[in-house]
Structures are given as structure tokens and as C-alpha cells.
Design a binder for this molecule. Structure first.
Ligand code: UT7
Length: 325
């Protein structure tokens, strides 16, 4: 049996950091009223990072990938598959993954493509890469979640613009005799496509429709709590494990209240919940690998630990991946 194992992780946050006080002051200048108290109480977010105007998704992905490569001891040329999870790629096409391949100087012709499943993107991308490793198509995959959500925010809409941030996280997966990725469970339900979307598109040389993020927060909240639990339970069942086997819970970092309720449902102490939403905000497909890398680098996550990764977002999409690190 071939498994895929996480060899290393990396991440990158653009240097411009805005605390709630910074953002609140900027919004007040535009006549938009919000407060640190509201943002912290409703979401747990204290700060987020925004990329400079000339910095793209693939730039963030590149920095995170370089860090993952440096930690792996591998060379860029050793990578034989690149999957980037993003909803904010550099351009309509080519994919951020092929641009990343070029920036990394990889000329071995390995497949490179983007996965678009919004905030579930990283669990989707990890599952796709795991499958390609298991079938022998790839041996060493670079899997990245990278976003510049600041580009698609409507800074006149206080119900969304305080929630999101930019960043990237990366993992290198390698074929191995031992696990690895233990199981995963992916889902989508397009009936809920309108509760979280960027409805605009490009046509005839123009942007048609609204190119900024729209979210019915309470509807997303309600759905997220239910589907995250069912995906986690299905993943545990596929792996023959129980709640008690999970060492660390790494959910999509959107709202501390959703994350804490997940830990409770899985009967996990809150100390076993990896939290970066307070410092990063919601970085969509980048949030899980950013949280994973921060917990690996801080020494919380150790080799052999069992990790439950959970994503949920626009589409509506959701899923979970159980990993033995
Ligand atoms: O990444 C994909 C997954 N996304 C998520 O998981 C997000 C899920 N949803 C949420 O996290 C929460 O629904 C939000 C954080 C988005 C909103 O929290 P909420 O507790 O559901 O608040 P709400 O939308 O029901 O709004 C409550 C009040 C409203 O005022 P009224 O109508 O009660 O007078 C809003 O107008 O809070 C008001 N409000 C704000 N006030 C100050 C909304 N945004 C703000 C703001 N500052 N930024």
C-alpha cells in the first residue's frame, strides 16, 4: 500500500498587518462604523495581513513553498506535482500553480493546476494530491493554499470586510510505506451557492456583475457547524478511529465560535484546537496550512500526532482530512 506523508510545511504572511484598531480607523475615514469589540466578540479576530497591491497569489504561494522546501531538504526539481488551492489566482488563466512552478524554477514538466473550492480548497487539494500519490502518478507533491482575499472585499460592507486576510501555507507530501494521510471526506451542495459568493465575471473585456464577496454570515455559520461535524465523523469512521484518537483539531479559521463548537462536538479540550484566526483573520484556502505550519513550527504538533483538518466554504463545499503527521 502506498500512502502519502507530510514531509514538511511552510507559510507566508505579507508584512502589512492591520489590527482591528487600524482597520476600524481606516473604515471610519470612509464613514463605515465597526469596532474592535464587535469583531473580537463575534469572530475572535484581532488582526489580519493584507498584501501590497503589486503582490499576487502566486507570490505568496512562492514564499510559503520556499519555506516548505527548505524544511524538507528537497530541491524544487524533486517536486513532481503542484496543486494550488485558491479562489484569488493571479489571472483568469494560466493557473497560479503553473506560475508558481515557473517561479520555483521547476522545468521537469510536472503537472500543475489549481483547485477552486473556496475555503475548503486546501482539504480538497490535499485529497487530490494524496489520490495521485496513491495511484503512483506522483511521488512528491507540493500542495499550497494561497489567497489575496483583500482584492475581492467590499470595504463599504462591514459585515464582510473585517473578516478576511491574505496569506499562504504549503505542505510537501511524499509517497511512503507508512501513513500519512489516513482518510478524507469531501462534499459540495450547489443549492447553497448564493450564501457565499463573488458573483461577478469577466466578459467582453469588462467585469460583469459585482466582483466583491457577498456572504450571508448567519446562514453560513449554521450550515458550517453541522457539516463540519458530519465530515469529521465520516473521516474518522473511514480511518477506523474515534474522537479520542485526534491529537489536534485544525479547522478552517473563519470564526472562533464555530471552531470552539467543533472541538466541543468532538469532545476535545479547547487546548487541542489550533487557533490562528485571531492573528490571520479568515484567509480562505490558506487558513488550514497556515495554522498547520504555525503549530508545527511552535513545536505543538509533533511527529506521529493525529491531526483532523476541516474545511468549509463557498459552493457550498466542505470536507475533512485525517493525517498522521
Ligand atoms: O470562510 C467560509 C466560512 N465562513 C464562515 O464560517 C463565516 C460564518 N459566519 C460568521 O462567522 C458570522 O455569521 C459573522 C461573524 C459573519 C457575523 O456574526 P453574527 O453573530 O452572525 O452577526 P450578524 O450577521 O447576525 O449581525 C449581528 C449585528 C447586525 O446588527 P443588527 O441587525 O442586529 O442591528 C449587524 O448589522 O451586527 C451588525 N454588524 C456589525 N456591527 C459592527 C455586522 N457586521 C458588523 C461590524 N461591526 N463589522
Amino acid at each position: 500500500m502506498i500512502y502519502s506523508r507530510i514531509v514538511s510545511t511552510g507559510s507566508y504572511l505579507p508584512p502589512r498587518r492591520l489590527t482591528n484598531a487600524d482597520l476600524t480607523a481606516e473604515l471610519a475615514a470612509q464613514g463605515i462604523e465597526t469596532s474592535d469589540e464587535w469583531i473580537v466578540e463575534r469572530t475572535g479576530i484581532h488582526a489580519r495581513h493584507f498584501a501590497a497591491p503589486d503582490v499576487t497569489c502566486s507570490d505568496l504561494a512562492h514564499q510559503a513553498s520556499l519555506q516548505a522546501l527548505a524544511s524538507s531538504g528537497l530541491q524544487a526539481a524533486d517536486i513532481d506535482l503542484i496543486v494550488v488551492a485558491t479562489s484569488t489566482p493571479d489571472m483568469v488563466f494560466p493557473s497560479a500553480a503553473t506560475i508558481l512552478q515557473h517561479k520555483l524554477g521547476i522545468t521537469n514538466g510536472c503537472p500543475a493546476f489549481d483547485v477552486q473550492a473556496v475555503c475548503s480548497g486546501f482539504v480538497y487539494a490535499l485529497t487530490v494530491a494524496d489520490s495521485l500519490i496513491k495511484t503512483g502518478t506522483a511521488k512528491r507533491a507540493l500542495v499550497v493554499g494561497a489567497e489575496v482575499f483583500s482584492r475581492i472585499l467590499d470595504f463599504k460592507d462591514r459585515t464582510t470586510c473585517v473578516l478576511f486576510g491574505d496569506g499562504a501555507g504549503a505542505v510537501i507530501l511524499e509517497a511512503s510505506d507508512t501513513p500519512g494521510i489516513l482518510a478524507s471526506d469531501l462534499h459540495a451542495d450547489g443549492r447553497h451557492k448564493d450564501i457565499l459568493c463573488v458573483p461577478g465575471t469577466v466578459s467582453g473585456g469588462q467585469v460583469l456583475g459585482d466582483p466583491t464577496l457577498k456572504m450571508d454570515g448567519p446562514a453560513v455559520f449554521k450550515l458550517a457547524v453541522g457539516v463540519l461535524e458530519s465530515a469529521a465523523r465520516a473521516t474518522l469512521a473511514k480511518a477506523g478511529k474515534t474522537d479520542a484518537d485526534i491529537d489536534w483539531l485544525i479547522p478552517h479559521q473563519a470564526n472562533i465560535r464555530i471552531m470552539q463548537s467543533m472541538a466541543k462536538k468532538l469532545k476535545m479540550p479547547q487546548e487541542k484546537l489550533i487557533v490562528t484566526v485571531d492573528q490571520h483573520g479568515n484567509t480562505s484556502a490558506a487558513s488550514i496550512p497556515l495554522a498547520l505550519d504555525s503549530a508545527v513550527r511552535s513545536g505543538k504538533i509533533k511527529r506521529g500526532d493525529t491531526l483532523m483538518l476541516e474545511g468549509v466554504g463557498g459552493g457550498f463545499t466542505w470536507g475533512a482530512v485525517l493525517v498522521q503527521y
